[in-house]
Design a protein around this ligand. Structure first.
Ligand SMILES: Nc1ncnc2c1ncn2[C@@H]1O[C@H](COP(=O)(O)OP(=O)(O)O)[C@@H](O)[C@H]1O
Ligand SMILES: [Mg+2]
Length: 368
């Protein structure tokens, strides 16, 4: 892939070279099929199937030791799978020769933890590193680095050394470096671990902005559910080297008994209902729900509604809620709410989790 100084511009839908077999739908940037990875007799990844759409921010979440970094190294083409196939941007990368791999790696930028910068090099020199390896001439390199530092809002810190930068600034240098060769796929392996919550949010906001402006596809590897909530379009739960669950974030929240859905939007304990009341769980995600639904239930349907509990949040920039209400009069409620874009299901009080059942999961997320 030739070096293109203008690749910070929004990407066109560049066609793959003629003659390549493209077996995935055109909108798939990453497709892993039956991917296994063993080290000696240890099976670290077992039959992973994962598909990431073009321009998607796909979170891979799981506890420590789940195999996330191993998966990241396979996608970064730093290691090969033991078996199975990996397609990136329509090309089967499992079959590539060493020189083919080197070329393909340029399409993939990797952001590591903030500490991965070279300490004896300035911000500018760190960002220039991949361009030096790619033998980009001094003039183009300079121009490209200026452009990259401006893109991540760090022009004024170009000559600072890593030790002189804040954690968030170091991470932005890392992002600029990952973008140096104009990748179409960005991998982030725990790139916000160790950053405080406010800095984490600004780094994640920058990643979303880059996705929107440059059409990047981002695989975001993390053990923190908050990272998924703030940024991801889709989430995949990895545990013991296997995919437990995967899907668009909104769908996971709406999916009954979804582990990820409940972790994303906890089903909190609600106030007890009266014996003669009917209890409903109302769920909404994604597409434009009417957020005034609660008032409208009373105003338009004359229902006497009591709010028993719930969680209402912005997830990946969209409203999402899981709310428990009680009514005395019921039959029309699901139909009315469906018209407003909300899903209501009746909760049998006996089926409500006893106190404590979810609290462990809520406190520790999937790291438990
Ligand atoms: N090069 C390796 N050789 C042997 N075992 C490894 C190697 N890399 C990782 N592992 C093992 O694979 C498992 C998953 O590791 P890793 O992918 O780093 O998980 P995560 O990033 O989810 O914490 C761990 O049990 C780890 O010890
Ligand atoms: Mg890891």
């Amino acid at each position: 892939m030739p070096y293109t100084p203008s690749s910070l511009m929004p990407q066109s839908d560049a066609a793959s070279p003629a003659g390549d077999s493209v077996s995935e739908p055109v909108d798939a940037m990453v497709a892993m099929r039956g991917v296994r990875k063993t080290y000696g007799s240890a099976e670290i990844l077992r039959s992973i199937d994962l598909r990431v759409g073009r321009g998607e921010i796909a979170a891979v979440i799981g506890p420590s030791g789940a195999g996330k970094s191993t998966l990241s190294r396979l996608l970064g083409l730093l290691e090969r799978p033991t078996s199975g196939s990996i397609t990136i941007d329509g090309h089967d990368v499992t079959a590539l020769s060493e020189s083919g791999l080197r070329a393909a790696r340029r399409e993939i930028g990797t952001i590591f933890q903030a500490s991965s910068l070279l300490h004896r090099r300035t911000a500018r020199e760190n960002v220039a590193l991949p361009l030096e390896y790619a033998r980009v001439n001094r003039h183009d390199r300079r121009r490209r680095v200026d452009e990259l530092l401006e893109r991540v809002g760090l022009s004024h810190r170009a000559d600072a050394y890593p030790a002189q930068l804040s954690g968030g600034e170091r991470q932005r240098v890392g992002i600029a470096r990952a973008l140096a060769l104009g990748p179409s796929l960005l991998l982030s392996d725990e790139s916000t671990s160790g950053l405080d919550p406010a800095t984490t949010r600004t780094v994640l906001a920058l990643l979303r902005e880059l996705r929107d402006d440059l059409g990047l596809t981002i695989v975001l590897i993390t053990h923190e559910m908050e990272v998924v909530r703030a940024t991801a379009d889709t989430a995949t739960l990895l545990r013991g080297g296997a995919v437990v669950e995967s899907g668009p974030v909104g769908e996971l929240i709406a999916r009954p008994r979804s582990r990820l859905g409940v972790e994303l939007l906890p089903d909190r304990h609600h106030i007890e209902s009266d014996p003669d009341e009917v209890v409903w769980r109302v769920t909404y995600t994604g597409a434009q729900p009417s957020l005034d639904w609660l008032g409208r239930l009373s105003a338009e349907n004359g229902l006497d509604v009591r709010l028993l509990g719930g969680t209402v949040e912005s997830i990946a920039g969209r409203p999402a809620g899981r709310v428990t209400i009680a009514t005395r009069d019921d039959d029309e409620l699901p139909r009315f709410l469906a018209q407003l874009g909300l899903h209501a299901e009746r909760v049998e009080e006996s089926a409500v989790a006893p106190p404590g059942e979810w609290s462990g999961a809520q406190r520790t997320g999937v790291v438990a």
